[in-house]
Design a protein around this ligand. Structure first.
Ligand SMILES: *[C@@H]1O[C@H](CO)[C@@H](O)[C@H](O)[C@H]1NC(C)=O
Ligand SMILES: *[C@@H]1O[C@H](CO)[C@@H](O)[C@H](O)[C@H]1NC(C)=O
Ligand SMILES: *[C@@H]1O[C@H](CO)[C@@H](O)[C@H](O)[C@H]1NC(C)=O
Length: 399
């Protein structure tokens, strides 16, 4: 028995020694620092600007903890311009040079704890799109030093913390998409005075009074949806959003009555304020949204008569007023219901199907309800044949 144990121990010892020596040899061959140095020295780049970004990409690649689509498998060698997601172009300050000009990681499903030390160090980058990855952390202040970056999309990632104020200092930025992350706190009002064409900040945890964030801007799309914005839609909205084609305020906590000035959003194609706490009647002025195709106020506490002039808007494809407390629709609106354009289910309209119970409606109207500026609710700030002569008073100057 002793003999058997002895032989067994001997075998273990020999195995151990052999393992060690093999391990020793491999670890010399695989010295990571030496390998990287060799590779850098061995490679020639078509432009010095690419040699500069090469180690940055390599370091970033080492921080990636998950790459289910094997994207980084193509990130080898000196031809950076052919790496998946990397695109080269001539930089604005030297049209004969070749540089890393744009990155498109959309849908790559990469996981990395941070973009710092990578994104913020790419001097000639003009576009960064990284929709639908698992990048996290915060955004480095150094991003403001990238002189050409004008499209910045980190939507649908895991970024958190307060709004990255460094974004305010970016001089070329025109497209900002930080949707579907975990940013929280408030948004600096200066964001809305930047000359952005596109601003998507929906589906974060921003909590703020809406009136505090609207600035003097020329934003084309404004999507604040699915946050915790609160307070009334300010009278100043027309001043700030007169050129905006999509105004998405849905799923917030906006309250108060609708301002007459909504009718001055003459470029708006989609206006969506669904699922908030808005109340009061619909201003007739909404009928002046000449380009409106989709108007959604579903899931609020609006009441009164649905104005015929609103149902008469020429381009309407979807007017959703369900889940409110409207009490009457006229013939033009009834026409829209038939066509499937207007949805007034879950209201208090006698004779229509799928309405709230009498008890529910009575409970709502038992409380006194009023809006200030009531006299503005019948103003039509535009000429509409068939309406303007009978209904309007001259529209006041916007606030
Ligand atoms: C990843 O991609 C590289 C280059 O395209 C390829 O050589 C490698 O075999 C791939 N790895 C896996 C695990 O698919
Ligand atoms: C422009 O880039 C080319 C290629 O990298 C380089 O040879 C040249 O010196 C650069 N010109 C200037 C003015 O920097
Ligand atoms: C109309 O808009 C509402 C609210 O956005 C939406 O739920 C509904 O599906 C739309 N209806 C049609 C027919 O597109």
């Amino acid at each position: 028995m002793r003999m058997v144990i002895f032989i067994f121990k001997l075998i273990l010892l020999v195995t151990f020694l052999v393992d060690r020596s093999v391990g020793g040899i491999t670890s010399i061959l695989d010295d990571p620092l030496k390998a990287i140095k060799d590779e850098l020295d061995g490679l020639t780049f078509i432009d010095q600007r690419l040699a500069i970004v090469y180690p940055l990409i390599k370091n970033f690649k080492n921080t990636i903890t998950s790459d289910p689509l094997n994207i980084t498998g193509s990130w080898v060698g000196s031809d950076i311009c052919s790496y998946k997601g990397f695109y080269c172009d001539n930089p604005p300050n030297n049209l004969t040079a070749t540089t890393l000009a744009s990155i498109d990681f959309n849908g790559f499903q990469l996981t990395a704890p941070s973009l710092d030390g990578f994104l913020d160090q790419l001097p000639d980058l003009a576009l960064f799109h990284a929709n639908s990855n698992f990048f996290s952390g915060t955004i480095s202040p150094n991003i403001a030093k990238l002189p050409y970056l004008y499209e910045f999309d980190i939507s649908n990632n895991l970024f958190s913390g307060p709004f990255p104020n460094s974004i305010l200092a970016m001089t070329s930025l025109s497209f900002l998409d930080i949707r579907f992350n975990h940013f929280s706190g408030s948004i600096p009002p200066q964001l809305f005075t930047k000359d952005l064409d596109i601003l998507f900040i929906n589906n974060n945890n921003f909590i703020q009074k809406l009136a505090e964030i609207l600035g003097n801007s020329h934003i084309f799309y404004l999507t604040l949806a699915n946050n915790k914005f609160f307070g009334p839609i300010p009278h100043s909205i027309a001043k700030y959003l007169s050129g905006t084609s999509e105004v998405l305020l849905l799923n917030n906590m906006l309250s108060g009555c609708l301002p007459y000035e909504l009718g001055l959003l003459k470029e708006t194609v989609v206006f969506d304020a669904g699922n908030n706490l808005l109340t009061g009647p619909i201003p007739y002025s909404i009928g002046c949204l000449k380009k409106a195709e989709v108007v959604n106020f579903a899931g609020n506490m609006l009441y009164g008569v649905v104005p015929e002039v609103v149902c008469a808007m020429g381009n309407l494809a979807n007017l959703s007023l369900s889940d409110n407390y409207f009490i009457h629709v006229g013939p033009i609106c009834r026409g829209l219901i038939k066509k499937g354009v207007l949805d007034v289910s879950k209201n208090c309209i006698p004779g229509l199907p799928e309405q709230r119970s009498v008890v529910e409606c009575a409970a709502f109207f038992a409380k006194p309800r009023y809006c200030s500026y009531m006299h503005t609710y019948h103003y039509l700030p535009c000429w509409l044949p068939g309406f303007s002569d009978s209904l309007t008073e001259p529209a006041p100057a916007p606030f």
